[in-house]
Design a protein around this ligand. Structure first.
Ligand code: HEC
Length: 280
């Protein structure tokens, strides 16, 4: 028996118990209605009628009780007792009883209104309409963020932008430590005679712009031992690890590999972005 099956059995058992309890409450309510009517009979018609009603009540079955809840109309032969005195164009008004189900439903709304008022407005336990609205807006914003982060997964070498926020760089570092350190070492500087080139200097074999680095990571240089990562990392992850590599610029780790490739001079705009990012 799996856990979910046990859960299901427990839920079914609870529902059954609840159904039994609700059934008992309904029977009690019907009983209450009958008591109220008996009291009314006692007040209006005296003790003999009351005793008769009691005997009837003792003999009444569930169906009688339900019928009693549906209608409390005065029998036609007694209607003359409940006729109002006034007459309009020969039309007279009958002061008949309201159907009990309606009347108790009405009382119920009053009770619920008081409980509702107390719960939501006086004690402030439940969320108000405004709070519910705000929660929904927050949820919608979350969904927008989720959507945007999915969009972020669509980045490629043309649209890639430098990430500078802490979370993205930390995620990039984690990806680097898991996937790249074997050849580039933890510092990113590799070592003399190391497999991968130094990623912390200004010399690059395949270009030092963010877009270049992203491209190298994405497509790799398989013939030189740098694999293509697009099958293993999502675009967003490649953006993160590329941004992390950019953040290593100028860290000048000890015992790093000698510069290889060409000096890369960032363009003015990128230099600004880079310096803010290195400082940050
Ligand atoms: C199996 C070893 C190996 C692993 C693992 C590896 N690389 Fe490389 N990487 C290399 C080699 C070798 C080169 C140099 C390729 C060449 O000579 O053209 C390189 C080059 C690069 C370059 C270009 C450097 C330049 O000078 O242009 C970048 C950027 C880079 N790797 C990033 C990464 C990232 C990010 C990871 C992890 C996701 C990674 N590498 C994992 C071996 C590796």
């Amino acid at each position: 028996m799996t856990l979910s099956n046990i859960m299901l059995a427990v839920i079914v058992a609870i529902l059954l118990l609840m159904a039994v309890a609700i059934g008992q409450i309904i029977v009690k309510l019907l009983d209450g209605v009958i008591r109220l009517r008996e009291i009314k009979i006692y007040e209006e018609s005296g003790v003999e009628e009351f005793i008769r009603a009691k005997i009837d009540g003792a003999e009444s079955n569930l169906w009688d009780r339900i019928k009693g809840l549906l209608s409390d109309a005065v029998p036609v032969e007694k209607e003359k007792d409940i006729l109002f005195d006034h007459t309009y164009d020969g039309i007279q008004e009958l002061d008949n009883n309201l159907p009990p189900w309606w009347l108790y439903g009405f009382y119920g709304t009053i009770v619920i209104a008081v409980l509702y008022m107390g719960y939501y407005h006086v004690l402030g336990y439940g969320p108000s309409s405004l709070e519910e609205y705000e929660a929904e807006v927050a949820l919608a914003e979350e969904q927008v963020q989720e959507f945007l982060s999915k969009q972020a997964n669509l980045v490629d070498e043309n649209s890639v932008a430098l990430l500078t926020d802490q979370a993205a760089l930390e995620s990039g570092q984690l990806l680097f430590n898991v996937n790249c350190v074997a050849c580039h070492l933890e510092s990113g500087g590799s070592m003399p005679g190391g497999v991968g080139p130094n990623l912390t200097d200004e010399y690059w074999l395949h270009g030092g712009s963010l877009s270049d680095v992203f491209k190298t990571i994405k497509y790799g240089v398989p013939e030189k031992g740098m694999i293509s990562w697009q099958g293993q990392l999502r675009p967003r992850q490649m953006q993160e690890v590329a941004s992390y590599i950019m953040s290593l610029q100028g860290t000048n780790p000890a015992n790093a590999k000698e510069p290889q490739g060409e000096l890369y001079v960032p363009e003015a705009t990128e230099a600004a972005a880079d310096s803010s990012q290195v400082n940050g």
